[in-house]
Ligand binder design. Sequence first.
Ligand code: GUN
Length: 307
Amino acid sequence: MTTANLNTASEMIHSTGAKIIDGRLHARRLREELRIKAAELLAKFGAPPKLTVILVGDDAASRLYVSNKSKACRDVGIESVVITLPASSTLDTLLAVIEEQNRDASVHGILVQLPLPRHLPVHAVLERIAVEKDVDGFHLYNVGSLAVGTAVFPPCTPYGVQKLLEAEGIPIAGQNVVVVGASNIVGKPTAMMLMQRDATVCICHAKTRDLAQFTILADILVVAAGRPNLIVSQMVKTGAVVIDVGINRLPDGKIVGDVDFDGVSQKASYITPVPGGVGPMTVTMLLANTITAAQRMWGEPSHARAP
Ligand code: GUN
């Protein structure tokens, strides 16, 4: 029996089942456009857009993410270089590597894979990435640009969430958005981006009392808390759009999000699966930001506004 069967009878009768948002499909479509842009830049400037990824240490998940990013770059014609440093690297060593990439005119984007080993101060590291190469959008300048609505490099996961909503024709202006999770990488920038699009936004987090009293109000519920089954159908308004950013590995090896997919998909109007929802969009938006960085460096028009 799935959790959907545990819902109340009236919910079952009225439910029609959510449309499942196919992140792989949307990512594939966007990548086709990016492939064309990368080829145009190569033809015009004699070099491809180029991304440097810096990986410190040998965390298995980070290695996998970095290898996925490289593969995705190759897929659309972006050159990618991975610089791997030992976990014991000093701050000076890492900063010297970043400075070298900042100075290298053939490099358009720089990404330092997070998390860093504990002895390395993450903010001090991110602030050394040249603002115009900060394709993650984590430099304070770019965080500030996002806050005032002039972002050139929106952080990749929130950017992917926004693109999914747009691609599905889901209105944002005037909607009640509840974001569960207040991280710098996902929750806070997602809230700012959707507020910029005239949504009414509420951010919940680990200390929120009675989470359900907030989530039940959401027309669009974005969940990025890193807790399997945090959101069950009783916490979701009928017809809500549910975007699950969570990626959790269960003891049996299965990958699940933060949302009870079986139950909530009976009540929502749209829902993203995990895997295959937001995940493929995150990497795709990194590719988009890298192409934007190359376009700007080469003086080409890009979608992004000047800071
Ligand atoms: N680790 C998990 N997500 C991210 C991300 O979006 N960017 C970087 N640099 N590291 C991450």
